[in-house]
Design a protein around this ligand. Sequence first.
Ligand code: URA
Length: 212
Amino acid sequence: MEQHSGNLIIATNIFVEHWLSVIRDKSTPTSIFRHYSDLLSREIITAIGEELDTERLSITTPLSIHKTKRIKEEMVIISILRSGIAMTGEALKLFPDSPVGIFGLVRDEKTAVALEYYWNLPLINNKKTVLIIDPMLATGGSIHHVIGKIIPKNPKKIIVAVIVAAPEGIEKILTDYPEVKIYSCSIDKKLNSKKFIVPGLGDFGDRYFGTG
Ligand code: URA
């Protein structure tokens, strides 16, 4: 894989490793899978904080005036169905005012090509920072497709947050869109012949939604 280390950020620590080890385990039941996936979603979305503009301000606590900082960024969250739903709740906890755009993409199981069946986007312009959420960056087809729809709207920044990424998907996105930043909790080894991430965790949507 080409090195794009500037635009690829792996946010890891012992909690991330622990939580990942639980959701990778095929014997983990749905309730625990959901719990640890939510923690990982929160962790990776928190990690994008370093990309965000801030403003200095003074606030008044019950005891004194206090100089502090707040995030000053007009965020737009883009959630890719189905698995992106699993990250949306955590994204909205961190960005409670942000509009959410939805892309409905389904992966053709034979070709692994992303087919669009639904989309609904809020206003995106050069003041908006777009955060695309999807837990698994495998071939990169879906995320690539979504970025292609968003770039013409000229956003201030595009950030992709995933839980597990394959080298193939990272390569595809960062080669075609070098302005995009990818945040992931892990870079796994490879894709298998069915375009699943190895070691991965199987079908994220099936495991999170209990449909497997
Ligand atoms: N989507 C998943 O849910 N799992 C993979 O391994 C690849 C894509």
